[in-house]
Design a protein around this ligand. Structure first.
Ligand code: BGC
Ligand code: CA
Length: 335
């Protein structure tokens, strides 16, 4: 009996001491939940794979004491239907911000309706919706880069490479015979990159002759295949391969390396992105240059905007273009 009493007294005293101690301390601010739903058009895309790795890191870093962060990732593997379903699942699971990399960039209406009904803001990224769609609701944003700038920079660096080496015009006719490997039709980065690269080269005084133009959908294997088909027609006549991204430039290099042409008959290859393999190819001297598509900057902008959207604080510190767009600058990369 006595023992029990002493024990109860002890517990009581301990509790008092603990409570007194706690009173003096400041209570930590309540952590907010950032539950980010990320929908990707196709994770086997090299650039997207790297961008998403970077986003995971950024979201994790932004957490700190302030946020409890969770990221749920879905891969639509090239189907808009699948992506619409995945976005619904993400919303049902309780995501409070969505990052959407549309499959069909002209077809976001279903996703926008779902998000609006549930009041979940969307940050679109990399595949840019048309302005009319972004205007459908005030909680829609876009993070990406300016296609025109990347094309211009690709043209500039290619002009520098050509002007520095007269051997690139192998047949010495004063013109550069070239082929274009283009990204997906309808993608904001495909046609605009090509147009601006070609126009910039011309404006720098390079005379061009287009031999062929192929769509390879950003994909290395498709680019290799397209290049192999072009070979039968133009074999060693090509002096420049302009590719809308690094993976397609690398596919073209794969085709040349498998052919029986000697290195001296290889054209100049240029890409865009600065993916890990792309940068390695520049370092190895296989790619004459690339234009860095700032995936880390894009990932950071997305993570920060997501945090602001959840907390409701700091919106005034984000620099938007036209209230909704964040564009990260490109930069030229040569060896
Ligand atoms: C990148 C490509 C990528 C595409 C996917 C472009 O901005 O340059 O490498 O395949 O986005 O949407
Ligand atoms: Ca020539």
């Amino acid at each position: 009996m006595k023992v029990k009493k002493i024990l109860a007294m002890g517990i009581f005293l301990c509790t008092c001491v603990y409570l007194l101690g706690a009173c003096g301390k400041e209570q930590p601010a309540e952590t907010e939940k950032l539950y980010l739903g990320v929908a990707c058009y196709n994770q086997s895309d090299t650039f997207l794979g790297e961008l998403i790795d970077s986003l995971k890191k950024q979201v994790n870093d932004i957490g700190g004491d302030r946020f409890e962060t969770t990221l749920a990732l879905r891969d639509a593997v090239g189907s808009q239907r699948t992506q619409d379903d995945q976005v619904k699942e993400l919303i049902d699971a309780g995501c409070n911000v969505l990052c959407v990399n549309l499959v069909e960039r002209a077809d976001p209406s279903e996703i926008i309706d779902l998000a609006r009904e549930n009041d979940v803001p969307i940050i679109f990224f990399n595949r840019e919706p048309v302005p009319e769609d972004l205007m459908q609701w005030d909680k829609l944003y876009y993070v990406g880069a300016d296609a025109k700038q990347s094309g211009k920079m690709q043209g500039e660096l290619t002009a520098d490479v050509i002007q520095a080496d007269s051997q690139i015009d192998r047949n010495g006719d004063g013109k550069i015979q070239y082929v274009v490997l283009e990204g997906e039709q309808g993608h904001q980065d495909a046609i605009i990159r090509t147009e601006n690269a070609v126009n910039t080269l011309k404006s720098k005084g390079i005379v061009l002759e287009k031999l062929s133009y192929r769509i390879a959908n950003w994909n290395r294997a498709q680019a290799q295949n397209q290049m192999e088909q072009i070979f039968s027609q133009y074999s060693n006549k090509i002096e420049l391969v302009l590719a809308n991204n690094d993976d397609m430039a690398l596919g073209a290099i794969d085709a040349y390396e498998k052919s029986n042409l000697t290195k001296s008959a290889f054209p100049v290859f240029v890409g865009i992105d600065g993916t890990d393999v792309g940068l390695q190819a520049v370092a190895d001297g296989k790619l004459a240059g690339t234009v860095y598509n700032d995936k880390e900057g894009q990932a950071e902008a997305m993570a920060k905007l997501a945090a602001v959207l959840v907390s409701g604080e700091g919106m005034d510190k984000i620099k938007f273009e036209n209230d909704k767009y964040i564009y990260l600058p490109y930069r030229k990369i040569v060896k």
